[in-house]
Design a protein around this ligand. Structure first.
Ligand code: IVH
Length: 721
């Protein structure tokens, strides 16, 4: 290396450490050249030679720095810039991005009562009276896909899709092509994550589909699908050619607050150069919200882009902070949805599908019909009572009209959910239509299909011997919120389940696949859709998941009545698999200390508790779970504990009246500080907070010698925390 080259090398190395906003033009140019070379080499190593030289994270860091420098010096962007290149993403598809602040979803309100209850819940939580002023910001709910944009020192350094809320896809190169997304900001906080919705206008959507038809490309069912398909292009050049737009309405990590109110924060984002929705308004109380909703609904058709409701957010950001979050949604916001669209069509057949818990679900096969821009040919019919025109208590639904094959039925879609049947037109019923007879045996395995008293659903009694149940359990096991194994989706599960040489019949089999295949990849690599490369990729993806958080494992088991939120509550209560397993093994339904402990967890009712115990004590089921767990390293579930919190890990019981905050807020606060809040006092209780009127619980605490303090003592204990 010559002296001057050495000097240049040193200058570039220095450049690499310099914050992007302090780079001189010369340093930026030199660094872009180095980055193009390094990223190019990494791409070749990864894609052409299949021998990655650097980690995904290091690769992402290079790409991000490149994007940030390009954002600040657009004129220096090289012809061979790596930002828009095909195949530039690590692993198959996009790189992964862990969100600094989780991207949550919203609870829905479907009518005025739901909205009034939302307002009531908030008032109760905050201890506000019914007539105390409480302002909300209302914004249209844009029907697109959410995107998080990270700016550092005013430069866009990363764009990520929501993904599962914790980890999304790195779509920085694509976001840089969207005109509504500023690449640099003046006067922004040092760290600013702006969140909002990517969408496509009706006119642009129609023009895109027309172009696609001419060129023989893929056409899209609706603007949202078109927006999603256009953003998630590995070739950012394609995204550039698609007319995407962006509205900002929220934020993630911030180095300093944007404002003290939601409305102010939106205005600040607008001031920084983001598009914000003009139908955003600040309103008082429920009446104001409902008036605004009607106004937005009346303008909906003329907007030129899809919205599917109005989002209400508590305006005061301090109150938002006090209200906090449930497991997947904020307490301070709700989406008031527009009524679903309806269409009439013919019911051509009723099929029965068997789910992972054995439930027999009737599915309507429909003459295809367009509902709200999407062609619908299947809909759920819920259960046998629904078809017969009865509700769960035996009362009439649809005034008792039953549904028969051959009928004209009314179909609707509400949001993303599976289409449903709302009504039937008896005047058009064919003369020979017969009442539907629900099967009494499982159509998949022939076992009896039984209905327990009080259960609306008929279930196959075949358990693990029913192939449909086993396959559905496996599909659930590999799904998104569960093990989420790349390259092992529903299609592959069906293939492996039917395979004789290398079958996957239960979850544990996934983790013995590589060992059973042997090192030569021979058995797998010879079948449809699997080459040596994809086989070893699949094995890698499986290996990656051997280490799994407890909450994901619990959810993946597909236990009835245990959803994602329930799994996460159970995981943080028991902490480890052995603790959970021991408790479930010892527990008896309806009695004893393990039962009391389980149903004492907030969010766990008797139904979920019984289902957990039954599953964990059912011999065959348990043996299958044990085989699985033997293959795994289950990670301990750690709650996010505020540093130095005096109550972290403690079990606290609140009793009596609290005067300075509602019980709900006290509980949420304690949990945020890492404490467990229990409903009843036991030997495991560390602390009782007793307000006026505390009765038997306070007495029990005294008897057990458990520390008891009053509300002021509690506030002093947690202090400014
Ligand atoms: S706020 C923590 N505001 O709706 C709150 N979301 O159903 C995060 N959406 O994932 C969301 N318009 O993709 C918010 N004005 C708006 C919105 C909005 C559309 C989407 C967003 C979110 C989904 C939840």
């Amino acid at each position: 290396m010559s002296d001057s080259e050495q000097e240049k090398g040193a200058a570039i190395k220095q450049g690499a450490g310099i914050a992007v906003d302090r780079l001189t033009t010369a340093e930026a140019k030199a660094e872009l050249s180095r980055l193009a070379a390094e990223i190019g080499a990494a791409n070749r190593a990864y894609h052409a030679e299949d021998a990655p030289e650097i980690s995904d994270a290091a690769y992402d860091a290079l790409k991000q720095r490149n994007a940030a420098i390009e954002a600040r010096f657009p004129e220096l962007k090289r012809a061979d810039s790596p930002s828009g290149q095909v195949g530039a993403a690590p692993s198959d598809g996009f790189g992964k991005v862990r969100h600094a602040v989780r991207m949550l979803s919203l609870e829905n309100a479907f009518d005025e009562t739901d909205v009034a209850e939302f307002d009531q819940r908030i008032r109760r939580f905050l201890g506000l009276s019914d007539d105390a002023p409480l302002a909300y910001t209302a914004e249209p709910k844009i029907d697109g896909l959410s995107l998080s944009l990270r700016y550092e020192n005013g430069a866009l350094v990363q764009a990520a899709t929501r993904g599962d809320g914790e980890v999304g896809e790195n779509v920085t190169a694509n976001a840089l092509t969207i005109a509504d997304i500023p690449q640099t900001l003046a006067g922004a906080p040092e760290i600013l994550e702006v969140r909002g919705e990517v969408y496509m206008s009706h006119a642009d959507f129609a023009a895109l589909n027309a172009r696609q038809e001419v060129t023989g490309g893929k056409t899209f069912a609706n603007p949202r699908n078109a927006a999603a398909g256009s953003l998630r292009q590995l070739d950012a050049g394609i995204t550039r050619a698609r007319p995407l737009r962006f509205f900002a309405y929220a934020w993630g990590e911030l180095s300093e607050p944007l404002s003290t109110t939601q409305h102010g924060a939106i205005a600040r984002l607008a001031g920084l150069g983001f598009q914000t929705n003009p139908l955003t308004d600040r309103l008082d109380g429920v009446e104001g919200l409902l008036r605004h909703y009607k106004d937005v609904e009346a303008r909906r058709a003329a907007l030129g882009y899809d919205i599917d409701g109005v989002v209400y957010k508590v305006d005061d950001l301090r109150l938002q902070e006090r209200l906090g979050f449930r497991s997947t949604t904020p307490r301070w916001a709700i989406a008031h949805k527009f009524p679903a669209e309806l269409a009439w069509t013919v019911l051509e057949a009723i099929d029965i599908q068997v789910g992972r818990t054995g439930a027999l679900s009737p599915v309507a096969r429909l003459r295809p019909v367009t509902v709200g821009g999407v062609v619908v040919s299947n809909a759920t019919l819920h259960n046998e009572d629904y078809i017969a025109g009865r509700d769960s208590t035996g009362g009439p639904i649809r005034e008792g009209r039953d549904i028969r094959v051959g009928d004209w039925v009314q179909v609707y879609r509400a949001g993303d959910v599976i289409p449903k049947i709302k009504d039937v037109d008896l005047s058009r019923r064919p003369a020979d239509a017969e009442p539907y007879v629900f099967p009494g045996v499982c159509p998949e395995c022939g076992s009896a299909a039984l209905r327990e008293p009080g259960d609306a659903v008929r279930r196959c009694a075949g358990g693990l011997i029913c192939p449909a149940q086993a396959v559905e359990k496996l599909k659930h096991f590999v799904s998104r919120g569960a093990f989420d194994i790349e390259g092992l989706g529903a299609k592959q599960i069906e293939m492996f389940f039917a395979d004789d040489l290398l079958p996957i019949r239960e979850p544990a089999d996934i983790f013995t696949l590589a060992a059973r295949d042997g090192a030569n990849l021979a058995k797998l690599a010879n079948r449809d859709g699997f080459g040596e490369k994809s086989t070893s990729k699949l094995f890698e993806a499986i290996e990656e998941r051997r280490e799994i958080p407890l909450a994901r494992l619990l959810f993946a088991l597909g236990i009835r009545h245990l959803g994602e939120a329930g799994a996460s509550i159970i995981a943080s209560h028991y902490g480890t698999w052995p603790a959970f397993e021991a408790a479930m093994t010892a527990a008896r339904i309806g009695e004893g200390p393990e039962w009391d402990d389980l149903v004492g967890i907030d969010g766990v009712g008797a139904v979920m508790a019984s289902s957990l115990i039954t599953t964990m004590q059912q011999e065959a089921e348990r043996a299958s779970i044990d085989r699985l767990v033997a293959q795994l390293e289950v990670q301990e579930s750690r709650r996010v504990v505020a540093e130095g919190s005096p109550v972290a890990g403690k079990t606290i019981v609140f009793t009596g009246t609290l005067e300075k905050m509602s019980r709900a807020e006290a509980k949420a606060r304690a949990e945020a500080l890492g404490a467990k809040v229990a409903g009843s006092v036991s030997a495991k209780t560390d602390l009782v907070v007793a307000g006026p009127g505390a009765g038997s619980k306070a007495k029990k605490a005294t008897d057990l010698g458990i520390e008891t303090i009053d509300e002021d003592g509690w506030l002093a204990l947690i202090g400014g925390a």
